[in-house]
Design a protein around this ligand. Structure first.
Ligand code: T3D
Length: 263
């Protein structure tokens, strides 16, 4: 049996490539387990300072493998989808959000259903010109899952999110850029080179400050202003004690590029 994904290290950058191309990288049991393990491995490996999730072939991911679900339905089994989410998808979402390093979704093609859910849980989304995004759940009679109803309205606004969720219409890359669903779009031919250059730049950054940035952004969604400002002070206290801060200030005054170590 071939592995459902590849996990590779290139210096400080880890790249996880979803790889079930015959089903547009749809998630089966093995692939969600492998993704959770790969994300965990990146979180634990101190040498990794940024993570990219992308897809092999022409898709990022078409979401849950519906062939598996068809088998369950035909067999008359209760699919217990809530349990499936708790067991297979939610740990991946939580690990991406809790990871103390930036996670970039390099969306190379269609991202549908839980594939969209994984993409919107990442810190940054960049897309190839032929990528598209589809809140596919309504078309198979499900509710948006894999955290998408939490993240999508925060990225594109409530009105547009519910429109996408009700219709399941595809959003093309240029439209995704316009509405803030992605932040960069590159031509297909340049995509792999461009996302790698972008991600390497992030991997060379002040990793500990990025971790604290994520902590602040995660908390900002839930806190009132007063408690957020208190948290911000605590985070900046910690950032101010890093070697990277000292290096950043020295580099600025010496008029040179900083050499961050990530701590
Ligand atoms: O169940 C739970 O655990 C709960 C969690 C649910 C999370 C979810 O993700 S639910 C939503 C599941 N995903 C979808 O509903 C999307 C289904 N796919 C599509 O709508 C279309 O395939 C796309 C819009 C993504 C792409 O369309 P297109 O025309 O470019 O490609 P295609 O011809 O439809 O697909 C190519 C092949 O991939 C095809 O197989 P074949 O005919 O060549 O043998 C197709 O069946 C297969 N494929 C695509 N998506 C899935 C899939 N096979 C299994 N599962 C899929 N999700």
């Amino acid at each position: 049996m071939t592995a459902p994904l590849r996990s590779e290290r290139d210096g400080a950058l880890a790249v996880i490539t979803l790889d079930r191309t015959d089903v547009l990288n749809a998630f089966d049991e093995a692939m969600t387990a492998a993704l959770a393990a790969a994300v965990d491995g990146c979180a634990r490996d101190a040498a990794v300072r940024a993570v990219v999730i992308t897809g092999a072939g022409r898709a990022f991911s078409a979401g849950q493998d519906l062939r598996d679900r068809a088998l369950m339905i035909e067999a008359g089994k209760d699919p217990h989808l809530g349990d499936e989410l708790r067991r297979r998808y939610h740990p991946v979402i939580a690990r991406i959000r809790e990871m103390r390093k930036p996670v970039i979704a390099a969306v190379n093609g269609v991202a549908a259903g839980a594939g969209l859910g994984i993409a919107v849980a990442c810190d940054v989304r960049v897309a190839s010109a032929s990528a598209s995004f589809r809140a596919a759940w309504s078309r198979v009679g499900l509710v948006p899952d894999a955290g998408s109803a939490y993240f999508l309205p925060r990225l594109v606004g409530w009105g547009r999110a519910i429109d996408l969720m009700l219709t399941g219409d595809a959003v093309a890359a240029d439209e995704a850029l316009r509405i803030g669903l992605v932040t960069r779009v590159w031509p297909d031919a340049d995509f792999a080179r461009e996302w790698r250059a972008y991600a390497e730049c992030v991997a060379d950054g002040a990793t500990e400050a990025y971790a604290l940035t994520k902590e602040g952004l995660n908390a900002a969604w839930e806190r009132d202003l007063a408690s957020f400002l208190e948290l911000e002070s605590a985070l900046q206290d910690r950032a101010g004690r890093t070697r990277d801060y000292a290096e950043g200030v020295r580099a600025f005054l010496a008029k040179r590029a900083p050499r961050f170590e990530g701590r």
